[in-house]
Design a protein. Structure first.
Length: 138
């Protein structure tokens, strides 16, 4: 159900936010004179973090759109189980960050795993807290 609820999230706006955030990060590093694959991996990682935070938060908030009756049941389930939904984008963030850093940097495996874990924890915290606060307000 958590994966199904995420398919109803606002993924296009999330992609725009992620691209803007990653672009700003890359531009800031380039302005400061830092060059290399490390800054590229950092910018892509920030873009992914923003993408998963916005998309996951939109999914638990019940991103408004027209859907079927089944979609409404999934949205209701997502709003009542925000931490279950938060686990999916958090896991996706962990694995994408792991791949990004292994391909673009010379970081060791344990350092990459640690970075991926805390980035995934940030996504889980944002999505879970947004969903919990939203549910408490209803």
């Amino acid at each position: 159900m958590a994966v199904a609820s995420l398919t109803l999230g606002p993924w296009r706006p999330a992609a725009v936010v992620g691209a803007l955030g990653g672009g700003v990060s890359l531009a800031l590093h380039l302005v400061h004179g830092h060059f290399g694959l490390g800054i590229l991996s950092g910018a892509v990682s920030i873009a992914a973090l923003l993408f998963f935070c916005v998309g996951g938060a939109g999914a638990v908030l019940g991103y408004s759109g027209h859907g079927t009756r089944r979609d409404h049941r999934i949205r209701r389930w997502a709003r009542s189980h925000p931490w279950h939904v938060a686990a999916v984008p958090a896991a996706a963030m962990f694995f994408s960050d792991l791949v990004i850093r292994q391909l673009l940097t010379s970081q060791g495996l344990f350092s990459t795993i640690w970075t991926g874990l805390w980035h995934g924890a940030v996504v889980a915290a944002v999505v879970g807290v947004v969903g919990s606060v939203s549910a408490a307000r209803r």
